[in-house]
Design a protein around this ligand. Structure first.
Ligand code: PEP
Ligand code: CO
Length: 472
């Protein structure tokens, strides 16, 4: 987790506030102004009184992250805008309450650290690490209900709303889950902070991030070679009398992020920073608006417009250059580098036609954004048996096309946004192991979209690292 905290918790008493710092409030915005807009993708809570109780309770809870940490992330993302760093945003599609165990959290962290070190070592660039973790509990859905064998129930919207079991009680939206989401996020974040500061993320532990089932794969062995290279570099630096016991070696900055979907939850955790007087959504360092909720006059864009965290917006294949420009104007009118990440999720084959014009329009208009490629969400398909999957080759193809488009436009392909897990799941096909369609049933565990397993994630990191090294 971030090692530098430049401010107190955002809800700390305002004593000691720098009088010179004047808050920057977006015109007409307040934490609840989203409710005056049309708001999609919210559950139908059967008991509004219970919802109010949960939201008031959340409003009294301490912030999960500090404003100073969010500002630090904006600054790091600003370096990505300048082409001086690359961002790896990765983690679950939908986190699970039950699977937020110590081992699970550690393994998810391991794979992120492993991928980041591969990118950093191969490309020689700082990697900004942002997890889809410690709060990624809410999912947008294409249908409000699901019907099986003649029974229709509310759709599963993520553990912050209901449970995945196809039973009436499990599927009924339950506001006590908002508090459970907060508690699970807090516990996850606490462990991540301990791991990333307490020696686990020490560069001298680089071999320990290679889980057994990953280490035995060709990518895992390639990783061991790379880790040996890091060991010798550290030994060499020591021999030269350089201090390798520095905090930069011993600690890692890992930031948290999730889709800002359930706006009542996000509003309840939105607080003013005691140092600047600015509003921050203290549920995560970075928040993004999804492809289904990014309408300019909708509630989600309205909410994100006023919080000072770094924010993102997904752009699918139907997004137009005008829409992207309008999002830039609304979400980052002051053109602060690092404030806004545009996350394209076009699908392999759509980059040139769908993304190219957006890239050029935004660049020509002089907006400073972090460009990020989500090669997952435009490449999802269902097998004949109705299993949702993605092919490793399509994921890689989209990243390749994305880098090529940036090379042609002379812009910086700032980062990648992936759905991964440290586990040996079988959800995406292809990769070094050539996972076949008939193997999908072996260990298919995702509650929403198919994720790359630990081996596939490392395979992808090596391939993306080659592209990054060439783009530098
Ligand atoms: C997601 O990131 O899990 C997601 C739902 O993405 P999108 O909004 O791009 O479909
Ligand atoms: Co997803």
């Amino acid at each position: 987790m971030p090692t530098q905290t430049q401010s107190e918790p955002a809800d700390a008493p305002s004593a000691g506030t720098d009088p010179a710092a004047s808050p920057q409030h977006a015109p007409g915005w307040h934490p609840g102004s989203w409710a005056e807009r049309s708001v999609g993708q919210q559950p139908e809570w059967p008991d509004p009184a219970a919802l109010s109780v949960s939201l008031s309770e959340l409003g009294c809870r301490p912030p999960l992250v500090f404003a100073g940490e969010a500002r630090r992330l904006t600054e790091l993302l600003g370096r990505v805008c300048a082409g001086e760093a690359f961002v790896l945003q990765a983690g679950d599609c939908a986190e699970s309450f039950e699977l937020s165990t110590a081992d699970q959290i550690r393994d998810r962290l391991k794979v992120i650290l492993q991928m980041a070190v591969v990118l950093q070592y191969s490309a020689g660039l700082p990697i900004v690490k942002v997890g889809r973790i410690a709060g990624q509990f809410a999912k947008p859905r294409s249908q409000p209900t699901e019907t099986r064998d003649g029974m229709t129930l509310p759709i599963f919207r993520g553990h912050i709303v209901n449970d995945i079991a196809f039973e009436p009680a499990a599927r009924t939206p339950d506001p006590s889950r908002l508090l459970q989401a907060y508690n699970t996020s807090a516990a996850t974040l606490n462990l991540l902070r301990a791991f990333t500061r307490g020696g686990y993320a020490d560069l001298r532990q680089v071999h320990n991030w290679n889980q057994e089932f990953v280490a035995s794969s060709p990518a895992g062995q390639r990783y061991e070679t790379l880790a040996n290279g890091i060991d010798s570099a550290l030994r060499f630096m020591n021999a030269c009398g350089l201090d390798t016991d520095d905090s930069a070696m011993r600690q890692v900055e890992l930031y948290t992020s999730h889709e800002a979907l359930l706006l009542g939850y996000e509003e309840a955790l939105t607080r003013t920073d005691s140092i600047t007087g600015d509003w921050y959504d203290c549920s995560a360092h970075m928040l993004w608006v999804g492809e289904r909720t990014r309408e300019l006059d909708g509630a989600h864009v309205e909410f994100l417009r006023g919080v000072h965290n770094p924010i993102g917006a997904k752009l699918g294949p139907t997004a137009t250059p005008d829409e992207a420009l309008a999002l830039c104007e609304t979400l980052n009118p002051n053109r602060i580098p690092g404030r806004l990440t545009l996350i394209s999720r076009m699908g392999a084959g759509n980059i040139r036609e769908a993304f190219g014009p957006i890239l050029r329009a935004v660049t020509d208009a002089g907006h400073s954004v972090v460009w990020q490629c989500d090669p997952m969400h435009g490449n999802t398909y269902s097998t004949d048996k109705g299993v949702k999957t993605r092919h490793f080759d399509a994921i890689l193809a989209e990243i390749r096309q994305y880098f090529a488009e940036h090379a042609e436009a002379g812009t910086w392909p700032g980062g990648i946004h992936l759905e991964i897990t440290g586990d040996a799941v079988t959800e995406c096909v292809g990769g070094g192991d050539e996972l076949a369609q008939h193997q999908l049933g072996d260990r298919y565990e995702t509650m929403c979209d198919p994720r790359l397993n630990g081996r596939q994630s490392l395979d992808l990191a090596f391939l993306a690292a080659e592209l990054l090294a060439a783009a530098k």
